[in-house]
Design a protein around this ligand. Structure first.
Ligand code: ATP
Length: 345
């Protein structure tokens, strides 16, 4: 049986991002007029690369993490014969690093705010036994108010408890912890290394251990001592040293996870409950003309063509059973159209 919301319910307006399995589009819902980011994955690429498990994992993680303020929300998912569709909140503030590139570095209060929101999101995932693994510039977005939104759960590792470890190699080399590069066992502390790498880039304008020669940089991550230039506070430098500790057992967060980071002096001015309640005004509010605004999206994406075939009602294909989903909150929007809400099971 086929179901509910389908490809034809959206107008696909622009490309707003690209990934390894397909593209992400800004789309508007034809009935309610709302804007969404629709991640469209090509089934044949997933199947050829034997990545079904990662994709279904991303899907399950999105389902599990419906209600965290700093994680992207999944509204619907459906599939056609050739493609999988994930309908997500549109984070219209653009990639955090789009802004960082334009400004060079962020001042400490701004970097602290983003690092604190990212830390909350990571701590929340860890509490669900999920390791994010892929904290990298392209996956940190801003919403319309300027809050952090983490996206892309394709490489998440589910089911890892506090001391669980794994060995799979994946992620962006520049931000990967040394134990991952060395294909040693790793655990949730890889995310605290990733946070350290991102914080370093926000404060200094470059990732830690940076070298224009990529191979040299990977060597540095594994062997070179971390040297931090002056120009940032001692609290920030201390936090970076602790997060970018090569020994994962001694890394900040290894024992009590998020709680350890929260009590570090760099974050002493953060009221964590207010932060999670989004009561702390973001240090920068993206300039936007409306919810479907594309000002903050890199033109190298928006200039790409939108394939006409996207909205076509292709033959339905359940190669990925259990993929189809509708968020309960959306049911209220579709009231009166219950005849369209069926199941793909
Ligand atoms: P990867 O190759 O890193 O696994 P992917 O195929 O999983 O990529 P994503 O990383 O999820 O794709 O998305 C690709 C890009 O699309 C992101 O870097 C981001 O710029 C943009 N993007 C993704 N989700 C959203 C969203 N909800 N709102 C706005 N832009 C988004």
């Amino acid at each position: 049986m086929d179901f509910l919301v389908s490809v034809a319910d959206f107008d696909y307006l622009k490309v707003i991002g690209t990934g390894s399995f397909g593209k992400v589009f800004l789309a508007s819902h034809r009935e309610n007029g709302r804007y969404y980011a629709v991640k469209v994955l090509q089934k044949h690429i997933i199947l050829t690369r034997k990545e079904e498990r990662n994709v279904m994992c991303e899907h399950r993680v999105l389902l599990k993490t419906l209600n965290h303020p700093f994680l992207v929300k999944l509204h619907f998912s459906f599939q056609t014969k050739d493609r999988l569709y994930l309908v997500l909140d549109y984070a219209c503030g653009g990639e955090l690093f789009y802004h960082l590139q334009r400004e060079g570095v962020f001042g400490e209060p701004r970097a602290r705010f983003y690092a604190a929101e990212m830390a909350c999101a990571l701590g929340y995932l860890h509490s669900l036994k999920i390791v994010y693994r892929d904290l990298k510039p392209e996956n940190i977005l801003l919403d319309s108010a300027g809050h952090v939104v983490l996206t892309d759960f394709g490489l998440c590792k589910e089911g890892m408890s506090g001391r669980g470890t794994t060995r799979t190699f994946c992620g962006t080399p520049e931000y990967l912890a040394p134990e991952v590069l060395l294909q040693k066992e790793y655990d949730r502390t890889v995310d605290w290394w990733g946070l350290g790498a991102v914080l370093h880039e926000m404060l200094y304008g470059l990732p830690p251990f940076y070298n224009a020669d990529r191979l040299e940089m990977l060597r540095n991550i594994i062997y070179q001592p971390l040297v931090l230039k002056p120009g940032v506070s001692s609290a920030a430098r201390d936090l970076l040293m602790r997060l970018l500790n090569r020994d994962r057992a001694k890394r900040l967060g290894a024992k009590r996870d998020l709680t350890e980071l929260q009590s570090h002096p760099f974050f002493s001015s953060i009221h964590w409950d207010e932060l999670v309640a989004k009561q702390i005004p973001p240090p920068y509010v993206p300039l936007l003309s409306g919810p479907g605004d594309l000002t903050n999206i890199d033109p190298r994406f928006t200039e790409l063509p939108v394939p006409q075939s996207l909205g076509a009602c292709e033959e339905y294909g359940a190669t990925f059973p259990g993929f189809t989903y509708i968020n309960e909150n959306i049911l209220s929007l579709t009231r009166g159209h219950e005849d369209r809400i069926l199941s793909d099971q």
